[in-house]
Design a protein around this ligand. Structure first.
Ligand code: CMP
Length: 148
């Protein structure tokens, strides 16, 4: 398995619930290293660009408003098979369908179906997407891989 990097975002709902430390600890327990981290509040224009692949989907305006509504925490995770490992830790996009023990189940399982954009975390869906998403949040010198 290859050592990969992936982008993770702790979304405004999970930040507001004070779950940043809980989520970061899950990444570390799973053997992923946090090699960059940044808390910021995105502008609607930044969110619109980040999620532009979804621009024609009905949920896009709500997603943009939600992601720009309050601070998020963005981090780069590195480790073996990091993209899939992170997505396994996150669980299904719809938190109501996520498996027990996943981040989305544990934090967001009670959100109404109509609010499934409030799903606690984002993670890159491929190594290629990860490269673009990491560059969206971090300059080269801000990503700091380290020896084991
Ligand atoms: P994320 O993994 O960040 O990728 C796109 C986001 O859009 C997703 O998590 C959800 O927050 C949101 N999303 C995806 N599908 C839907 C949907 N059917 N209804 C509402 N929001 C959605």
């Amino acid at each position: 398995m290859a050592i990969e990097q992936t982008l993770s975002i702790i979304k405004p709902d999970a930040v507001a619930l004070n779950r940043i430390g809980d989520i970061l600890a899950r990444f570390e327990r799973a053997g992923l290293q946090i090699i960059a981290a940044r808390m910021l509040q995105l502008t609607p224009a930044q969110v619109a660009e980040f999620y532009s692949v979804h621009k024609d989907r009905p949920f896009y305006p709500t997603l943009v408003e939600f992601m720009a509504s309050a601070p998020v925490m963005a981090q780069v995770l590195q480790g073996e098979d990091a993209v899939k490992k992170n997505r396994d830790l996150m669980g299904a996009t719809n938190p109501r369908k996520a498996s027990p023990g996943t981040i989305r189940y544990d934090i967001s399982r009670d959100v109404p179906e109509a609010e499934m954009h409030r799903n606690a975390v984002h993670g890159s869906d491929s190594a290629e997407t990860a490269r673009a998403e990491i560059a969206f949040f971090f300059k080269a010198g801000e990503v700091l891989p380290r020896g084991r």
